[in-house]
Design a protein around this ligand. Structure first.
Ligand code: ZN
Length: 58
């Protein structure tokens, strides 16, 4: 089971997507991506909840 996320699903104009074995690993990749490409994005608890709701299992 792989977990997958697409940045565009959050409403961002961005074609980044990533996948990982676990939610923790995927959230780490999201945090890294946000730091590099969306420096204005604030990682609030609400944002983390929203990101988690966008994770798909494939
Ligand atoms: Zn992005």
């Amino acid at each position: 089971m792989t977990k997958n996320i697409s940045c565009a699903d959050s409403g961002a104009d961005c074609n980044w997507s990533s996948s990982a074995e676990t939610e923790e690993q995927l959230l780490e990749k999201v945090a890294q991506h946000a730091k590099e490409d969306h420096p204005d994005m604030e990682i609030t608890p609400e944002m983390v909840g929203k990101i988690k709701s966008l994770i798909k299992e494939v």
